[in-house]
Design a binder for this molecule. Structure first.
Ligand code: NAD
Length: 347
């Protein structure tokens, strides 16, 4: 039955990895290697069934193909899942066994951290294969990706601002930031340096308070962030926040933030466009972290990373152009652009 899903999503290879001694049960999905080796993190999660693990890994791998392509990287899309509880089921043996499986793929798949895995886990994997990024800085990594993600979001907001308001200048613009964690803390710094007025919220009040203290932000309750008067809404916490409940409340003219999977369903992307709100597609906006981790693979060069992260600005301009040209919402234009780049390489 998995062949059907493999075909439906266009997956090149689905690899089941089992090591009895360490208890490893993992699945690697190599979605598309047209642009290069398939890069994507390893997620560790106690999936209720093998089927749900397969579904997740395929969906995530496909997402990586689009993200890498849209970011202009010469990398394909892949992902891995380890079925297990990251709190109780980790061991050096488990990651060693997983590293051996990755090694057998000869570089078709390169792994990295994801939900449930850490830099320390990647370091164990590295003891068995070189096809791993997101390792400790002493082994050549670019360090914490959050500041790079934040810089990319900042350039994305400038590009969206140019499209929506006719100027990339953020001086005097009001920007509502949902969640002031690792990425958004740095983002708030960039925005405040550019002269934007910030409205912030966070379920952890101390995080929001830090932005109030350091950047003169105004703090609102978690439930009130959607309806505040602002120019730009930057979701930087969790996914699915553009939905039936939030859409009628939004007063912003732009949605551009770091969070993954912001649209609860595709129809919500269509609805944003229908409401005249410009949506900067999340996987393009937040690709700075991927650009940083991918660069380790080519021999880390901070200047190259910064220049590529800045390139998110131009990439979004292309997406907005295509969106207007083809009269399609921006999230569809982003997919189209990613597909076009792959098709061109395939030809
Ligand atoms: P984080 O956990 O450091 O920050 C998230 C913040 O949101 C936290 O301060 C948390 O308290 C807050 N939060 C959670 N639920 C909230 C809610 N309902 N309302 C308001 N605040 C809430 O995570 P992060 O690394 O900053 O990532 C933020 C988002 O960006 C995530 O969706 C992540 O998947 C995405 N992202 C992160 C990176 C990266 O480099 N870290 C890269 C790409 C995408």
């Amino acid at each position: 039955m998995y062949f059907e899903r493999v075909e439906q999503y266009g997956v090149e290879q689905l690899v089941f990895c089992r090591d009895h001694k360490s208890g490893l049960k993992a699945i690697i999905a190599i979605h598309d290697t047209t642009l290069g080796p398939a890069l994507g993190g390893t997620r560790m999660y106690p999936y209720a069934s093998e089927e749900s693990a397969v579904d997740d890994v395929i969906r995530l791998a496909r997402g990586m193909t689009y993200k890498s392509s849209a970011a202009g990287l010469n990398l394909g899309g892949g992902k891995a899942v380890i079925i297990g509880d990251p709190m109780t089921d980790k061991s050096a043996e488990l990651f060693h066994a997983f590293g051996r499986f990755i090694e057998t793929l000869n570089g078709t798949y390169i792994t990295a951290e994801d939900v449930g895995t850490t830099v320390a886990d990647m370091d164990f994997i590295r003891q068995r294969t070189k096809f791993v990024t997101g390792i400790s800085p002493e082994f050549g990594s670019g360090g914490n990706p959050s500041p790079f993600t934040a810089l990319g979001v900042f350039h994305a907001i400038r590009a969206a601002s140019l499209e929506a308001f006719g100027s990339a200048e953020l001086l005097g613009k009001t920007i509502a930031v949902q969640g002031v964690g690792s990425v958004a803390y740095h983002l708030c710094r960039y925005l405040s340096e550019a002269g934007a007025k910030l409205i912030v919220t966070d379920v952890v009040q101390a995080n929001a308070e830090r932005a109030v203290m350091e950047f003169g932000a105004k703090m609102v309750d978690v439930d009130h962030i959607y309806g505040v008067e602002c120019d730009i809404f930057a979701p930087c916490a969790m996914g699915g926040i553009i939905n039936d409940d939030s859409l009628p409340l939004l007063k912003a003219k732009v949605v551009a933030g770091a969070a993954n999977n912001q649209l609860k369903e595709e129809k919500h992307g269509d609805q944003l466009a229908a409401q005249g709100i410009l949506y900067a597609p999340d996987y393009v906006v937040n690709s700075g972290g991927l650009i940083n981790v991918a660069d380790e693979w080519f021999g880390y060069n901070r200047e190259r990373v910064l220049s590529r992260v800045e390139g998110i600005y131009n990439q979004l301009q292309r997406i907005f152009e295509l969106s207007k040209e083809q009269q399609m919402p921006s999230f569809r234009a982003a997919d189209r652009l990613a597909e076009m780049r792959i098709a061109k390489h395939r030809a």
